[in-house]
Design a protein around this ligand. Structure first.
Ligand code: ATP
Length: 244
C-alpha cells in the first residue's frame, strides 16, 4: 500500500526545499500539525523541520501558575506528535544553544550544515508573521529564507500586511494590488508571484481554532483536550501532570 504522506517528489526539485516550523509548542497541537502537513503537501516540501524554541521563564504570563514542561518535555511532545509522519523531523538546536535563540542564527547554522543545495522556507502563522519586524536582525532573516504564511482563525492577510513597513514589503517582493481592507478575510491580490521574486506565499490553511494557550487553560480548568493534541502527547501531559 502506498503512503499518501510520502508520495514521490515531483520531478526535478533542485535545490531541495525544506520547511522550517518554529514555535514554543507549549504544547504542540493539531493546529500546528494540520498546518504543517498542509504546507508540506501544497508546497511540495521535501521535509518539515519542527524547531521548538527556548522559552525564557520570564515570558510566562504571571496568571499561569501551573506545572510547566521542561524544554526536554516540550521537545519530547513534539517528537511524539511527529513520529508517524515520514516527512516531519524535530531539530533541537534552539534548546541546546545557551542564551536567547534567534531564528536568523538558527537558519544560518542549519544552512551551514547542509551538504547539498537546500532552500529553506520559514513556515509561520499569520499572527507570528505580522510581528516579523520585531524579530532580531529581521532584515538579515528576510534575505536568508522565503516565507510560507498560514492563515489562522482571528488573523487576516490584509491586516497582517498593513502592519508591515514598505521596506519589509519590498524586501519580501510584495506589492499589494489595491487598498488593504483589514475587515476582509480574503488573501489580497499580490502583484508579485514567486517567479517574479516574491519571497512570501500566503496559504489558506485548514481553519483550526486551536492554540497552546487555549489548551493550557483547558487543562488548568479540568477540561478535556482529547482530539486537540495527539494521544501520546495527551498521555504525557496526564502522566507528568503538566499545566495543572
Ligand atoms: P500560544 O497560544 O501559547 O501563543 P500557539 O498556539 O500560537 O501558542 P506557537 O508554538 O506559539 O503556538 O506557534 C508556533 C507557530 O504555529 C506560529 O507561527 C503560529 O502562528 C502557528 N500556529 C499555531 N497554531 C496555529 C493554528 N491553529 N493554525 C495555524 N497556525 C498556527
Amino acid at each position: 500500500m502506498t503512503n499518501p504522506d510520502y508520495s514521490p517528489d515531483p520531478p526535478s526539485p533542485c535545490p531541495r526545499r525544506i520547511g522550517l516550523f518554529g514555535g514554543t509548542f507549549d504544547p504542540i497541537h493539531i493546529g500546528h500539525l494540520a498546518s504543517a502537513a498542509f504546507a508540506q503537501e501544497r508546497e511540495h516540501l521535501e521535509e518539515i523541520w519542527f524547531i521548538p524554541s527556548a522559552l525564557p521563564p520570564h515570558k510566562r504570563r504571571a496568571a499561569e501558575h501551573m506545572k510547566m514542561p521542561s524544554p526536554e518535555q516540550r521537545y519530547l511532545m513534539v517528537q511524539l506528535a511527529t513520529l508517524d509522519h515520514p516527512r516531519f523531523r524535530v531539530i533541537d538546536d534552539e534548546l541546546r544553544r545557551p542564551g536567547p535563540s534567534y531564528s536568523v542564527d538558527t537558519v544560518s547554522a542549519l544552512q551551514a550544515r547542509q551538504d547539498e543545495p537546500t532552500q529553506m522556507q520559514l513556515i509561520l502563522g499569520m499572527d507570528a508573521f505580522a510581528e516579523i519586524e520585531t524579530w532580531h536582525r529581521h532584515q538579515e532573516l528576510l534575505a536568508l529564507v522565503t516565507f510560507i504564511v498560514l492563515s489562522r482563525p482571528g488573523s487576516n492577510a490584509p491586516a497582517c500586511l498593513s502592519h508591515l513597513s514598505s521596506e519589509t514589503r519590498s524586501a519580501l517582493g510584495i506589492a499589494v494590488d489595491g487598498a488593504l481592507d483589514s475587515r476582509s478575510q480574503a488573501v489580497p491580490a499580490l502583484s508579485a508571484s514567486p517567479s517574479q521574486g516574491a519571497r512570501v506565499r500566503f496559504l489558506e490553511a485548514p481553519a483550526l481554532d486551536v492554540s497552546s494557550s487555549g489548551i493550557r487553560a483547558a487543562i488548568r480548568e479540568g477540561r478535556s483536550v482529547r482530539y486537540l493534541v495527539p494521544e501520546p502527547v495527551r498521555h504525557l501531559i496526564e502522566k507528568e501532570k503538566l499545566y495543572k
